[in-house]
Write a protein that binds this ligand. Structure first.
Ligand code: NG1
Ligand code: ZN
Length: 563
């Protein structure tokens, strides 16, 4: 087996592949063998599955990141995490030079490399090297980070093994949030322009901007400065503590689910709160307390509170996007800056939010497919692109022109006080935001600053518009790929008859909307429904689930009604 692979590789021009590397890859890869027949896909957020199946994937992603680094002549990031999935799972995502998600063609390479049987691995590498004309003599650098899962330590070591096997340099950041690693990669490749590529640099950039913003808030009581944070028993909790130490008590944080006792993402965290529409366990809150939940790798955040009648109120990604875009739009008017602002959402955005943004706020709204890379790309088309998935993953992107205009105005001496104040607020808003990717800590600081500046309570924020009641369900089918969608996933084109069935069901309810799509991270079909009452949303979601089960090859018993 060895002989045949080696002879294949020897045919490569030496310029592309120094001979010593061949033996090294062979030696190292035999320590991270692929279970024969296992097929995995680089999905919505990289590879994600039970941690036991991932050792070879990690090693190979170390190899791929090294190739990508040589190709781009830049530092590449590899984050070991399965985000909001259960503790037993793990996953890996690659980070491109400016801190963005891996480009689509390389996602295909990732899938090919992951699924290549052990004896073909070198040929698969050679294929990528040739297709991309990668000069293997160039230096390569890969930044590696991991979340708090028990499997993450050995899996991130497998990534490092892959990097070293191809002669790449590595920097192991150890335990960091996903957005922190994106930030480091961007800082490194922008030669410090975006900030310093250290956790300390991240904490000080964000906290300085937050402190500058909060100077514009007047007379806040300690109660108003208080925030309850559910850390999902993940990496967000310890990293938030590091940031908090820079905040000079301008924000007083009580962290729950900090990982000292409970299980990662178990009955807590942003995904649990959003999908279950109830507070996490492990958080002792009183009516009116302002609370938020991070997910397991701290790239998502949702806010919530309970009212005096004990009702739970969720402020999800849509409410966050509304708050941020309203704030920015007001500042642009005050600063007299003519910049085009848009909000990017997915089909999961609550219909009320879209209506409010378009009709009341007069903001451009775009809808893209699920997955932050789609939202990120769409947001890049505007001077200011605010993008959020309803689940709380999102950030704000400022174009180069927008940033320059803001900087120039903030420096200007011959403008009135109102314009100057707005320009400085905009400048600090840019600095508090992690533009590389959704970031729970950065989003939280921005939201807290906006609420403080506007003197707004969480209840007032919630009252901006009322969500339509909604329900998300999952249906297991034998092959979820039978469902194909169009129109930013809002309509199903296959299997035959499914969309017609959904249309017929939606007509039975008021203000109703429903769609289905195959998940990119779980082996399920997701069903979403909204309507004028919770009973109707629940009934519609159930009826659509039945249609999926019947028409798309449902597995097991038919879905049962929720009530
Ligand atoms: P899938 O499993 O493809 O629905 C989920 C989220 C996405 C995104 C990814 C990555 C929903 C409905 N879907 O994707 O928005 O965040 O995970 O984490 O929330
Ligand atoms: Zn996450």
């Amino acid at each position: 087996m060895r002989a045949s692979c080696t002879s294949l590789l020897l045919k490569l021009p030496l310029r592309f592949w120094p001979e010593g590397a061949i033996t090294k890859v062979l030696e190292k890869s035999s320590l991270h063998p692929k279970p024969a027949g296992l097929v995995l896909q680089y999905g919505t957020a990289g590879f994600r599955t039970n941690a036991k199946q991932l050792d070879h994937i990690m090693f190979r992603m170390g190899l791929l990141a090294t190739l990508r680094s040589r190709k781009t002549k830049a530092t590449i990031g590899v984050m070991v995490t399965a985000s909001h999935n259960p503790e037993e799972d793990n996953g890996v995502k690659l980070i491109d030079p400016m801190g963005e998600m891996l480009t689509a063609t390389w996602e295909d390479f990732a899938t090919q490399l992951a699924n290549t049987e052990q004896k073909e691995l070198l040929a698969a590498l050679k294929d990528i090297i040739n297709k991309e004309a990668i000069n293997m003599k160039l230096e390569a650098e890969v930044f590696v980070g991991k979340d708090t899962r028990s499997s993450s330590a050995s899996l991130s070591q497998a990534v490092l093994d892959g990097v070293h096997a191809l002669g790449g340099q590595s920097k192991d950041y150890g335990l960091v949030t996903t957005p922190q690693l994106h930030y480091m990669v961007c800082c490194q490749n922008s030669h410090g322009q975006y900030g310093e590529a250290t956790v300390e640099g991240y904490c000080s950039k964000l906290s300085q901007a937050f402190l500058a913003l909060s100077k514009n808030a007047s007379n806040r009581t300690d109660d108003q400065k208080h925030l309850f944070v559910d850390g999902a028993n993940g990496i967000g909790a310890p990293k938030l503590r590091e940031v908090e130490s820079h905040l000079k008590k301008q924000l007083q944080i009580s962290i729950f689910n900090d990982g000292s006792r409970g299980k990662l993402n178990h009955q807590c965290g942003a995904d649990f709160v959003k999908v279950q529409q109830k507070p996490p366990t492990g958080v002792e809150i009183s009516p009116g307390d302002r609370c938020c939940s991070f997910d397991g790798d701290a790239d998502r955040i949702v806010y919530y509170y309970t009212d005096s009648r004990g009702f739970f109120h969720l402020l999800d990604g849509d409410k966050i996007a509304t708050l941020i875009s309203t704030f920015l739009k007001e500042l642009l008017v005050q600063a007299g800056l003519d910049l085009k602002i848009a909000v990017v959402q997915t089909a999961y955005a609550n219909g009320s939010s879209t209506r409010y943004l378009e009709d009341t706020m007069k903001v451009i709204v775009r809808c893209t497919k699920t997955g932050v890379k789609h939202l990120h790309h769409a947001a890049q088309e505007f001077d200011i692109g605010v993008y959020f998935e309803a689940n709380g993953h999102g950030t704000v992107l400022f174009s180069k022109t927008a940033e320059e205009k803001v900087q120039l105005l903030a420096k200007s001496t011959n403008i009135n006080d109102e314009r100057k104040r707005a320009a400085l607020l905009l400048q600090n808003t840019v600095n508090v935001i992690n533009q590389t990717v959704g970031d729970a800590i950065s989003d939280m600081l921005l939201i807290e600053a906006i609420l403080a500046i506007k003197g707004m309570t969480v209840q007032q924020w919630d009252a901006i518009y009322s969500d339509l009641p909604n329900r998300q369900l999952k249906v297991t089918v034998s092959d979820r790929r039978v469902i194909e969608t169009t129109d930013a996933e809002r309509r199903a084109v296959s299997p035959a008859g499914l969309q017609e069935a959904i249309d017929g069901l939606v007509k039975k309810y008021k203000q109703a909307r429903s769609f289905v799509r195959p998940s990119g991270t779980e082996d399920v079909v997701r069903v979403y429904a909204e309507a004028d009452s919770q009973e109707s949303a629940d009934a519609l979601a159930h009826e659509v689930s039945l249609a999926v089960h019947r028409l798309a090859g449902g597995v097991g018993a038919e879905p049962k009604p929720l009530h």
